[in-house]
Ligand binder design. Structure first.
Ligand code: ADP
Ligand code: MG
Length: 754
């Protein structure tokens, strides 16, 4: 298998990267393999994607040449939430890094030497302490040197390891052996610390994937009936514990109280409150009973449940989320690519600068190469210090660590963002357009008014009469073939009035998107139901129904007319409830600085739309009576007039608008379609995740800017100190490692953002 030549992008997990620029080194070197078209390595997820005709074996051996490994796929059973918080686990992690282990032993030996050696006689004319320090440089420095050499040979890239080694050799050469030791020890410690903090960031993604339990208790019925020898008091059901991978659709699974639900399914038996927070971020437990769907990874409450499996674990919600998040994290944003490119020339440029700093003063101005007796630094030393500053690590890591932490944090809160580029665009959003039905409102309208033109009752008591029943029945006959929320309401109303049987389901039903439906009854009569846009103005019956329809609109109804052949025969009014979180969400959006405009887009009539907007409050603008392609145009004009526009919709009938917007946000996600079309999927039916997502994206942008400024600023400061000979080698290492740690920790603040 491993020799198979591949045409699909190959995905490889890499072990042994300890710094963001390792990813660039590996990318460089992979691109030089014959057959490779493109390679993208993500330090954040320790993964690589390779395009082209190349075998896994070639990739593997190249990785080994460079000093890395292909990581074994983590066996699922071992995926647990790894908490690396305590000091002991921190030290344990550090101890597991071989170079650091070696460095620590060297450090102990050097300290011992400092205490005991100074009084001993010189060996071969050299102080014993100097011998010891020299040995220390060799022992601790060799791995660094080799790694640098490998990168040079196989990736044609000058890496920090090589520069560090050159600086050390140089330092030994000018008699600063002690400093060389300090530099190499600090550097090794720094690399290990970086690896540790990156590992911490990765842990939170793993914890997301670890949500799904590994095993489930499956209920099985005995194939044969041996009543007498059945241990289970005569029932022929028994329980087997199986790994989730072996569970199939249709299996029945027992979930005990307080247990995590192992698979997606439907409740067959029992009522319990389910804590969905791990998957959707929704903190209030939801009461679920027979017939309701439950998701893998959510936590059962007080009662045992019997659940029929509806999706195998590999296709379940958790698996999809984990896959999405992992893909999102591995994808590089445009800025990240820019920084990567920048890093590629930054290092050689600084190396050149270092060479010039040594050569020009010495050759052109006769400045001293070596340190003077009074302690003034020679120009060689200053050049060596610059070499260390050439490391782009802090810069390279500053974006991905922030983005990955932000994406992970959002995923934990139930907001799935497709990638770093989307997170970045989200930070630019200045207009949020909401679809009305199903987004601002529940999308479960109820019929609240019916009136037939021929209604026998006076206008103020237009309720039950035979003509009105006929209007609903005829409308329901066409709406039975429609999926629109309004259609459901009309069909339901017909059922409640027990008139659904009056007409068979209509034939030749045609949907007129954003307007209504039409069809033909079995008696040949053509029936149409929809907004006024659906009908010609010259139809008969308008005058009779208009005042009633107007009264309905005034009370906030969405009005649909019903026509038989070329005559309007009545109207049906529906109302939809506003979602609880809508108001709160709009208030939060209002509170953002810089501010965002909120716009409602709807195909509903203007009055109903204005009314809904009025009840919600806080919507800046209402655009009503839009046909589906007019919604697209509306988005287009918003983008042109006011900047980046996010569209929030239910993801099912709003897919085109979601795709056209700068950022498409699907609410109440989890459906495969929503996950595909939208840039952001909200797992909850909770619009307040919209302002949350915007806040997190803006914060992430802010931290990225901070990080870039921090890492470049420190470099510049050191440059300014190194040239006049103020900065020492070890200071340069501390600054370098310190900058990397600072940006990493700063980026990881996203993990707590909300
Ligand atoms: P929204 O923008 O609120 O999601 P749509 O664009 O789906 O609304 O529909 C706009 C209007 O068209 C609805 O308010 C309704 O009046 C009418 N309509 C659409 N589909 C139907 C249908 N199946 N039956 C009756 N009326 C419909
Ligand atoms: Mg809609």
């Amino acid at each position: 298998m491993s020799d198979g030549v591949s045409h699909e992008p190959l995905k490889v997990k890499i072990a042994g990267m300890d710094c963001g620029s390792c990813a660039i080194t590996i990318e460089n070197s992979m691109r030089q393999l014959p057959g490779v078209e493109s390679a993208s390595v993500s330090f954040a997820t320790e993964s690589m994607e390779i395009d082209g005709e190349v075998s896994l074996a070639d990739i593997e051996s190249r990785l080994i040449e460079l000093g890395y490994r292909v990581a074994a796929e983590e066996p699922k059973a071992q995926l647990q939430i790894i908490e690396r918080r305590g000091l002991s686990s921190f030290l344990e992690f550090l101890w597991q890094q071989p170079p650091l282990r070696r460095a620590l032993l060297v450090a102990v030996a050097v300290i011992g030497g400092l205490v005991f050696l100074p009084d001993m006689a010189p060996v071969a004319g050299i102080e014993p302490l100097t011998w010891l320090l020299g040995a220390a440089v060799v022992i601790a420095g060799t791995p660094v040197f080799l790694k640098g050499l490998r990168a040079l040979i196989f990736a044609r890239r000058v890496t920090i390891d090589l520069l560090m080694a050159v600086a050390c050799i140089g330092a030994v050469g000018i008699g600063e052996t002690g400093e060389a030791v300090t530099v190499i020890l600090l550097f090794t410690l720094g690399e290990a610390l970086e690896a540790f903090s990156a590992e911490r960031a990765r842990d939170s993604l793993r914890s997301l994937m670890a949500l799904q339990p590994q095993e489930a208790t499956v209920l099985r019925v005995h194939a044969e009936n041996h009543g007498h020898d059945d241990a289970h008091q005569g029932d022929h059901e028994h329980q087997v514990v199986l790994p989730v991978e072996q569970i199939r659709v249709g299996d029945r699974v027992l979930v005990r109280p307080a247990q995590r639900i192992p698979v997606d399914g439907e409740i067959l038996n029992g009522t319990s409150s389910i804590n969905q927070a791990p998957v959707t971020g929704e903190s209030v437990p939801v009461r679920k009973t027979v017939g309701d769907e439950v998701m893998a990874g959510t936590v059962n409450g007080e009662a045992a449940l019997e659940v029929r499996v509806t999706r195998e674990s590999s296709e379940g919600t958790i698996a999809r989320i984990a896959k999405l998040v992992e893909q999102a994290q591995a994808q590089k944003s445009p800025q990240e690519r820019f920084i990567d490119r920048f890093a590629r020339w930054y290092t050689p440029a600084v190396v050149l600068l270092a060479a010039l700093v040594v050569a020009i003063p010495v050759a052109a101005f006769g400045a001293p190469l070596l340190d003077a007796a009074d302690g003034t630094r020679g120009w060689l030393y200053r050049g060596l210090t610059l070499l260390i500053i050439a490391c782009p690590c802090a810069l390279v890591i500053s974006i991905p660590v922030t983005v990955v932490s932000g994406l992970t944090r959002l995923a934990n809160l139930g907001v799935l963002v497709k990638g770093g580029a989307q997170l970045d665009r989200l930070a630019d959003v200045r207009v949020v357009a909401f679809d009305k039905t199903g987004t601002l409102t529940h999308g479960r309208p109820q019929v609240t008014g019916i009136r037939a033109n021929e209604c026998a009752h006076p206008a103020d008591q237009n309720d039950e009469c035979n003509s009105c029943d006929d209007v609903v029945a005829a409308a329901a006959a066409v709406e039975r073939a429609s999926e629109h929320p309004v259609a459901h309401a009309i069909v339901k109303a017909a059922g409640e009035r027990q008139v659904a049987h009056r007409f068979e389901t209509a034939e030749q039903v045609a949907a007129h998107p954003g307007r209504g439906v039409s069809g033909q009854l079995s008696n040949g009569v053509k029936v149409a139901v929809g907004s006024s846009e659906l009908f010609a103005d010259d139809m008969r019956g308008w005058e009779e129904i208009s005042p009633h329809a107007q009264a309905g609109r005034d009370s906030g109804e969405t009005v649909m007319y019903v026509a038989r052949d070329d005559r309007v025969v009545g109207y049906i009014g529906v109302q939809d409830e506003i979602r609880e979180a809508t108001r709160d969400a709009l208030e939060q959006l209002d509170a953002l600085t810089p501010s965002v405009d909120t716009v409602m887009l709807t195909g509903d009539n203007r009055q109903a739309a204005e009314r809904v907007a009025g009840t919600i409050g806080g919507i800046d603008e209402v655009r009503a009576e839009l046909l589906p392609d007019e919604k697209l145009q509306a988005i287009e004009t918003l983008r042109e007039a006011r900047g980046a526009t996010a569209m929030v919709g239910d993801g099912i009938n709003d897919a085109p608008a979601l795709a056209r917007a700068d950022i498409g946000i699907a609410v109440g996600g989890g459906t495969a379609q929503a996950m595909e079309t939208a840039d952001v999927v909200l797992m909850q039916d909770d619009l307040s995740q919209v302002p949350l997502a915007l806040r997190v994206a803006r914060k992430s942008r802010h931290l990225i800017k901070q990080n870039i400024a921090l890492s470049l600023g420190l470099k510049l400061a050191f440059l300014a100190l190194a040239v006049p000979g103020i900065a020492t080698l070890w200071m340069a290492v501390v600054a370098d490692v310190g900058a990397t740690l600072l940006v990493t920790l700063n980026g990881m603040r996203m993990l707590r953002q909300s």
